[in-house]
Every structure is written in C-alpha cells, then in structure tokens.
Write a protein that binds this ligand. Structure first.
Ligand code: ARG
Ligand code: ZN
Length: 863
C-alpha cells in the first residue's frame, strides 16, 4: 500500500515511558514491554479510537492493560498490527513477544552478527522487536533491562547511562539502562557480545567530561585509533562551528560486520558498519580513512540534527539527513582540501543523483509518497538534500546560516518537526521570504539552466539565463526554482577579467546571480573585448548548466580558471563534449587538444597533486549516462576506451616521470602516482607490469598495494593471477581487505568477466548474507564495469536479476537497492531495453516478492 504525505495526521496516542526487558537466549529472545500510554493533547476528536500498534514477525505471548491480562476477544493481532479495542485516556500496556534474532537475515530489528546481538531500527525496524507506535514523532523515555549469558555476552549495551548490573542464576547476568532524553523508537539500540574496547574521553566546552567507548571484534584494537580521533575532532568542530555540545556522559560506538548501510546514530550508542570504523595504514586506503572520518562525524552530528530535533514523519527525512550530510561535508572541507571535497561531492550528484532524478523513482527531497520507506534513503534525500541546505548557506552567508540554525534549535529542541519548520527558522532569523525557494522541497527533477553571452559593444555584455525542468513521474509541469549561480570571467589570455554590474560602480571578480524566474538577463561591463564565463562556480546549485563553449574556451578555463572547482569542471566538460558528440570515433584534433591541456596542467607547479589527479581522470560513464536522455552505449564505451588509451599512450613519458619523481607520502602524492601508474598500464601493460608488481609487493600501505592490484587485475598479462593470489594469501583473514580483493577483480573490461563474477559468488570468502560482500562483488561490478554490465548478450542483466531474486528472500533492503540499478533502462537502445524488461518481469513474477523490491521494479516497468 502507498503512503501519502498529504494524509499525515497526528497519532491519537502518545507513549510517555517505555520499559523494556530483553531475555536473550540461543534460540530466541523474549521481549517484555511496559508502555505508559496516554491520549495525545494534539488530537481534538472526542471519540477514543482503538489503539493500533505496529508489529512485524512477532509471536505475541501476553497482553495486559493496567495489570489485567486481556482475553483473546479484547485484542486482535494480524501480520502487521496489534489492535486493542477498549482503552481509556491513560493506561499502562504490558506485552510479551517472542522473536528469533538468530534467524533474522534482513538486518533490521534485532539480529546477530558475528556472534553478537545488535539492532537496526531506522526506519521501521522497531516493530520487528515489539508492538509499538513505530513512528518518529512518538518520543518516549526509555528504560531497558538486558539479560543474557555472562560468558557469551559480558557486554550488554543500550542507550543512555547504565543504572545497575548484577548476576543471576545459570551463569546469566543483567544490565539496566536509562536514557533521559525522550526519543523515537527508531533511535533505540541494543548490543550484546564479547568485544574489545578502546576508551578515551572528551571535555565539553562547558567542562563536562564525556566517556568515549569504541567497541570492536576481538583483535581489532589496532584499527580503532583513527575513528576515535575522528570522533573527538567532530565533537570539537560542532562546538566551534555550531555551538553544539554533547549531552550524555557516555558516547558508545559498536562496529559490526553485517550492516545494511554505513552507520546508525542511535542515541548514545551508534552502531557502525566495520567499514566506517576499522582503519590503519596497512589495511585501509586513503579513501577509506576519509570515509571513516566522514561517517563518524555524520553520526555524531545527528545527535543534534536528528536526535535532539527529530522528524515528525518519514517524508521529512531530509530534514535530518540533508542537513547532517551538509554538516559532515563542511567538516570534511575543514579537515581536508576544500576543492577536492567539493569535486567528490559533485561527482556523487552527477553520477547517481541526476540519474535518479531522470528515472522511474524520481522524487523531491521531501517525497510525496512511498510504498517502502527504506527505498527512500536515497542520494536525492541525502545528497541533493545537502545541496539544498548548501544553497541556503550560500544565500545567507556563514553568519546568517548560523543564526538560522541557532533559532531552529531554540525553537525545536526536543521536538519532532518538519522541513517547513527548518525553512521558517532560516527565514525568520534572516528576515527573508523564501516562498519560491520551497520549490526545491516540492519538485523532483534536475533543472536545466541555459546561459548565453552576448556582447553589445562598448564593453557591455549580456548574460541571458533560461531555466526549465523536465517532467518526472507524477509531476508534468514545474514551477521555476530559486537558483544561485556563482559567476566569474576570464579573458582570452586566461587572466581574471574584472567586471562591473550595470547597477553598481564596484568592479568585482565574482558575483552571485540568483535566478527566480524562467528567463532573466544580467548586464555587465568589462574592459575586456573577449569574456569567457566561468559559471556555476563551486556547483552553486544542483542543476545542469548548459553553455555552448567551444573546445578552445574550455581548454582556456581548464588551464587558468582561478576557481579550482570550475577548473576541474572545464576539463570534465571538454571530455564530456567529445565523448557524447555524434561521431563514432574521437577526432585527431580533439585528441590533440586534450593531450596538450593535460600536459600543461600536469606541468603546473602551483597545482596540488590531488587536483592534478582528479583533473586527468575521465568523467564517469555513469554520469555520462545520467546526464543523457537517450544514449548509444556501444559508441560511448568505445570512445571512453579510445580516450583512455590515447591519454595513456600520448603522455606515456609524462606518466613515467610523474611516477618516478612524485616522492611525497601524502594522500595527494599517492593519488597522483597511482593515476600515473594506471595510465602507464593502459598504455602498455606488458612493459610496465613489473613496476606494478613491485609496487604491490613492496607497499607499506593499502592505498599503494590496492592500486597496484587493481591495475594488475585489469591488465591482460597472463601471470597476473600470481599477484591476485599473493594478495589473497596475505589478507585472507582481514574481512574488509577481502572486500577490496573481490572488487578489484570485477572491473576487467573483458567478456569473460561475468563467468569470473559468478565464480567469485561461489568463493568461500563470499557470503550473500553480508551486504559488504554483495557490494564488493555485485555492486562493484554493475556500477564499476558498465561496459560489461551492459554486455549486449544480456548476461550482465541476468546476473543482476539472479542476485536480486536470491536476496529478495534474505535481505529485501539490499535486494531493492540492487533493483534500482536497472532504473536507467529507458535510455538504452531497443535491444537492451527488451533484455532488461525481460529480467524486470522475471523478478516481478517471483513468489513472496518483498514490498521493497516490488516498489522499485513496478515503478521501473511502468515508466
Ligand atoms: N540514519 C542513518 C544515517 O544516515 C541511516 C540509516 C538508514 N537505515 C535504513 N534502513 N534505511 O546515518
Ligand atoms: Zn544520516
């Protein structure tokens, strides 16, 4: 059934106190709950409706109201609900249910991973633990008692502060917890197990000492320091930038191997995917370190943007996620290189979000409807949501934005609120009227901004802007968006061209033009005869910007735009133009322009090594497909190969010298050196194989070791399997490194790869029940090897459909995530469309198809 945002109505009941008792056993768990329920003062109706609690896969054992056990005719338990017919305005409900965490492979609710119990409740997983009003606006004070075997589960953790602990008979023990902050059920957590712990502490700005505890599997303590330091940095940063202090005396993080997403911000007890905790130089790449730092920060920042102020209903998810992603992005920009961070952020928008916006699942950052909420933890809600917050920041400036945040916390601390409440706080703190801005919350689709520059003579120029937005499912026509466009100019020589806006005397180098209508014009004056516009600097809005640059203008921008982001972007546009034009091959002059531009850029001594590396990496195929309406993929794949080979070969000496002379040991140095190695191998893998092999064997860090393995696995050299095996022997007991080993082997652009992927699915280290493994093999293949995923035989599609069907019965969330990989199908040629349609129909016909997969496949077929 479809749920609609417009149907929202407050719950008739509230749960003021929630007392839980968990009895953990080897075969099952008993959950007792005592709920103090009362009528919601917001509900004005005078009839008391039956109380309807959510519940899924529960065995109900006992029900009593105010101490009286109910008989079978006084309540009704169905697959999804427990209904209690005659209730009063205030009463106590006691329930006992039996659940089977050891059999729970959906990784939602209470489940086991690597011998420990853990939970994942967001969005609607709490209902798999007990019957409850499982919606985020129901905020309750929780007390939790956990009982379990003392030897197997010496640690029994839940949210808040520990109250008491003690031994029981039969080698069992218990711990009781209390969380003083009322919270929604989705923030509940329980962990039980035998784990190692790294402890530290943090003194908050008001002088309170907070104990920090990081729990990991035995033997992994040497991979924890970085995560702990990241937590401490995050706590400090949120105090400095937003004045936000941590509120409990204890902050715990537990890392588990089996986890559907990255991590979860449960109050005082975060549960993390090991991928975002464990890291040391030997086992983790530089990119992994960045991921750990980002996700640790993200979950920490949720304590204020998510937990203290939470969402009224799940349609408001971007209220906490868009905002918290924006906050973690700002944090990473402060910790790392700002331009590099921005480029990485924009790559995600262009490669995944634009695709989502142009497919069957397109939705606004505040969706209007859903069948399965878990399908809406998307790049749109998260990353486009963050872009929308970023636009507010751009429009208000640092101080105005901070004033809005302060007002938001002042008004809504302790409440469950809406995106509208957030916008109002921003408006009110800054005396703004953002009626138009709200269209970013209402409308799906990627706006297009077409810009033309006209010289009117006498140093007068006109920039003409036109915006439009394509139709998306359920939204045929769109209203204009408020679009901030950051603009600068350079002249034909590549120097900054200063200009003056026609209504001002000030000469400037950059301006922010805010579009509010479909068509608008900006008039400027400049002494330069020729202006090359540098538009949408720093990607100031999540739009597709169209300006008819010629190759030489782009080359000039690529060589000299003072805005680092746009300098990178000019290179991307140059390559995109060449890759997406109607020619079957790339012309000699085009290849020549690229080669010269790259050579010049690589020789620029001012430029940071990671920016150099990013600048010479080709645009991702997924973003080229994402930005197109129809696409000839055969032509695209061929040209992409041709271009990569050309850049490798024509600059082979340059790569070789970069490889040998870039000596630093910073992440940026490794990045550039490894890009050079990759291009050398593309140019001539026979000749450079030894170099890669030596790098793999001698590396003292995972970044270099894995880069070498990747390029080796991708080569045509016969004895590459020696090195793949060597890596395996060295790392077979490190689960996260094994994920990398799997992924390195699925990107080879060769027909035989599908057979190899199938072999990997049967490897002893592979497990279909572990999401990281599924991502390491299947997701890495279908998103990292598009030429073979789209192999004209349809074998790639069949492989994906087989996996979805298998996973549907095990882990619907992961199965549905994979199903989205078919969403671009209507852009392809008729033959491929037919092949994919066949697979979609095969999936749809599966018995017991989960809601999750059904929603994705049905929307895809109906597009
Ligand atoms: N709130 C978590 C985060 O953003 C994500 C949890 C999503 N869980 C899910 N089942 N969709 O950090
Ligand atoms: Zn989040």
């Amino acid at each position: 059934t479809v749920k609609y945002r417009k149907d929202y109505r407050p719950s008739q009941y509230l749960i003021k106190h929630t007392d839980l008792k968990f009895q953990l056993f080897d075969s099952h768990t008993l959950v007792n709950s005592e709920l103090k329920i009362e009528k919601n003062p917001l509900d004005k109706s005078d009839v008391l409706e039956p109380l309807v609690l959510d519940g899924l896969e529960l065995e109900l054992q006992q029900v009593s109201v105010d101490g009286n056990e109910l008989s079978k005719d006084e309540y009704e338990a169905t697959d999804n609900h427990l209904t209690i017919n005659n209730v009063s305005e205030k009463f106590t409900l006691n329930l006992q249910v039996k659940i089977y965490p050891q059999k729970n492979k959906s990784l939602e609710g209470l489940y086991t991973s690597g011998g420990k119990f853990c939970t994942q409740c967001e969005a609607e997983g709490f209902r798999k633990i007990t019957y409850y009003l499982d919606r985020p606006e129901i905020m309750s004070e929780f007390k939790v008692r956990i009982e379990g075997d003392k030897a197997a589960y010496p640690l029994l953790l839940s949210n808040g502060n520990p109250l008491t602990r003690g031994d029981m008979s039969d080698g069992r023990h218990f711990v009781e917890w209390h969380d003083p902050f009322p919270k929604p059920s989705y923030l509940f957590a329980l962990v039980a197990g035998d784990l190692d712990c790294l402890t530290d502490s943090f003194t908050t700005m008001s002088g309170r000492e907070v104990k920090l505890e990081l729990y990991v599997d035995k033997g992994k303590l040497d991979q924890c320091r970085f995560a702990m330091d990241s937590l401490i940095e995050s706590m400090r940063w949120d105090e400095e930038k937003f004045g936000r202090e941590y509120d409990l005396d204890l902050y715990m993080i537990v890392a588990v191997s089996d986890f559907n997403m990255g991590a979860m911000e449960n109050k005082g007890l975060n549960v993390f995917n090991t991928k975002y905790v464990l890291a040391n130089k030997k086992t983790a790449t530089d990119a992994d370190f960045e991921g750990v730092e980002r996700v640790i920060a993200h979950e920490y920042f949720h304590n204020w943007t998510g937990n203290r102020v939470t969402c009224r209903d799940w349609f408001q998810l971007s209220l906490k996620e868009g905002l918290t992603v924006f906050r973690d992005q700002k944090f990473s920009e402060d910790m790392q290189s700002k331009a590099v961070q921005r480029i990485d952020q924009v790559k995600i928008i262009r490669s995944s979000q634009f695709a989502e916006d142009s497919g069957p699942m397109a939705h606004s950052i505040r969706p209007d409807s859903y069948i399965e909420m878990n399908n809406f933890y998307t790049v749109t809600v998260y990353n486009k949501g963050a872009e929308v917050i970023r636009m507010m920041h751009t429009l208000l400036g640092e101080q105005g934005f901070r004033a809005g945040m302060d007002l938001y916390f002042e008004r809504h601390d302790g409440q469950a609120v809406t995106c509208e409440d957030f916008i109002c706080a921003m408006e009110d703190a800054n005396q703004k009227d953002w009626a138009l801005f709200r269209n970013w919350y209402r409308q799906a689709g990627t706006p297009e901004v077409k810009v033309q520059l006209e010289s009117l003579g006498n140093g007068k120029f006109e920039l003409q802007f036109a915006q439009s937005c394509p139709a998306t499912p359920g939204q045929e026509t769109k209203k204009p968006f408020m679009i901030p466009v950051k603009i600068g100019f350079i002249n034909a020589q590549g120097d900054v061209a200063k200009f003056r806006l026609s209504d001002s005397d000030d000469v400037c180098g950059e301006t922010l033009f805010v579009m509010t209508e479909e068509n608008q014009t900006l008039t400027i004056h400049s002494d330069n005869e020729v202006l090359i516009p540098s538009l949408l600097r720093d990607f100031s809005a999540p739009v597709k910007l169209k300006f008819e640059y010629d190759q030489s203008q782009l080359a000039t921008l690529f060589a000299s735009d003072p805005n680092s982001f746009n300098r990178w972007d000019a290179g991307q546009s140059l390559m995109t133009k060449i890759l997406l034009n109607n020619e079957d091959e790339i012309s000699e002059p085009d290849l020549e322009i690229l080669k010269n531009s790259f050579a010049q850029l690589l020789g620029d001594e001012q430029l940071d090594n990671s920016l150099k590396a990013l600048a010479v990496i080709l645009p991702e195929i997924s973003s080229l497909i994402g930005r197109s309406e129809k696409i000839n993929v055969d032509r695209l794949f061929n040209k992409h190969r041709q271009l990569k080979k050309h850049i490798g070969q024509s600059l082979e000496h340059t790569w070789f010298s970069i490889y040998n002379t870039t000596s630093g040991d910073q992440p940026s140095d490794r990045k550039l050196r490894n890009v050079a190695l990759d291009y050398m191998m593309v140019a001539n893998d026979e000749q450079h194989f030894e170099l890669a092999a030596t790098q793999q064997t001698r590396a003292d860090n995972m970044t270099d070791e894995l880069s070498a393995l990747q390029t080796i696995a991708n080569s045509t050299e016969g004895y590459k399997s020696d090195y793949i095996n060597q890596f395996y022997q060295k790392w077979k007991d490190e689960e996260l490194v094994m994920d990398k080993w799997f992924s390195a082997q699925v990107i080879n652009d060769d027909e035989s790869i599908i057979e190899h992927v199938n072999a990997l699915l049967n490897h002893e280290k592979f497990s279909i029940e572990n999401p990281n493994k599924v991502r390491a093999v299947i997701t890495a293949f279908i998103s990292g090897n598009l030429p073979q995923f789209h192999n004209a035989t349809g074998a790639g599609y069949e492989l994906l459909a087989d996996t979805i069907i298998r996973l549907n019965a095990i882990n619907p969330q992961i199965a549905a995530g994979l199903s989205k990989q078919f969403n671009q199908w209507k852009k392809l040629d008729g033959k491929r469309q037919a092949l994919i349609k066949e697979q979609l129909e095969r999936i749809k016909a599966v018995d017991n198809l989960s809601n999750d997969v059904y929603e994705v496949v049905e929307k895809s077929l109906n597009m």
